[in-house]
Design a protein around this ligand. Structure first.
Ligand SMILES: [Zn+2]
Length: 290
């Protein structure tokens, strides 16, 4: 097979990958887009204007982490899958370390498979770190268009993982059915109904952004851990509505989805603000030219 044919085949595969719908554990794309746009809208004026005007780019990028979960790109699918959740109960109340490889080591000590526990806190902290570095470049080269785009791309990835983590079923072993003492799960299929709820209920970015008081985290990892625990504490509220997730007129269901969506907006915007503040202290390497 010639080089050109190989390239042509590659394009065909890429086109297939882009068309295939594979999302299993994630707010569906409409929900991610609207929450991300709201998070950008909710930011205070101290965040640069280009970023506050870039909500649509960040919203577009906030869906890509789910596009990567595709069996036709198996290596990526495998690496990506566990970035979207954290099964808190597996740690049985233990505190978890700030760095990904220390966490993997802890899991090994506890006899846990880290891919089954999940990596969402690390995905969030690492992508926030990437945005922090990109903001530092912006501070030095504020007119550089590529740096501005880069900031919004990274913001989209932060948004995806941060919003996922605020969906309670992304922070628990009971992620698709409440597991009883005998090991059977009650409520299978609930995950998809909760994931699709923000998109189905038609919230607007403006409404979700309204009244948000965004605050930077003193400690980024501590802020993320608090969010894991908070999300996990809302798992029972999700199961209390079992059988009611398809009724768009159910006021309690609507209220819970709105609460979770607003929480996701607040958490995401707080990560953006934290990245902006922390970027002030980043020292860029002397070899870097833009
Ligand atoms: Zn996801």
């Amino acid at each position: 097979m010639g080089w050109q044919m190989a390239v042509g085949k590659g394009i065909l595969i890429a086109a297939f990958v882009l068309c295939a719908a594979t999302s299993v554990r994630a707010w569906w794309s409409d929900g991610h887009a609207v929450m991300t746009e709201a998070a950008v809208l909710a930011l205070p004026l101290e965040v640069p204007a280009f970023f506050r005007a870039g909500g649509q780019v960040a919203a577009h990028l906030s869906i890509d982490a789910d596009v990567f979960k595709n069996r036709r790109v198996p290596t990526l699918d495998n690496a990506e899958y566990s970035e979207h959740f954290f099964n808190l109960e597996y740690l049985q109340g233990r505190s978890f370390p700030a760095r990904r490889y220390d966490f993997i080591e802890l899991c090994q000590q506890l006899g846990l498979d880290p891919q089954r526990v999940g990596f969402a806190p690390y995905a969030i902290v690492e992508w926030t770190g990437r945005l922090t570095a990109a903001f530092a470049e912006y501070r030095r080269w504020p007119e550089d268009e590529s740096i501005r785009y880069k900031c919004l791309v990274y913001a989209g990835f932060i948004a995806h993982y941060a919003e996922d983590l605020c969906q309670p079923l992304h922070a628990t072993v009971h992620h698709n059915g409440k597991i009883g003492a005998d090991g059977t799960a009650v409520g299978k299929g609930i995950h998809e109904r909760v994931d699709s709820a923000p998109g189905r209920l038609g919230f607007t970015a403006q409404a979700l952004a309204q009244g948000q008081e965004v605050a930077a985290f003193d400690s980024l990892m501590a802020g993320v851990v608090d969010q894991v625990v908070e999300s996990n504490s809302r798992v029972q509220a999700v199961y209390d509505l079992l059988g009611r997730w398809d009724n768009a007129d159910d006021g309690q269901m609507r209220a819970l989805v709105e609460e979770r969506s607003r929480r996701a907006v607040h958490f995401t915007a707080s990560l953006y603000l934290t990245a902006w503040r922390n970027s002030e202290d980043i020292r860029l390497p002397g070899w870097l030219r833009r």
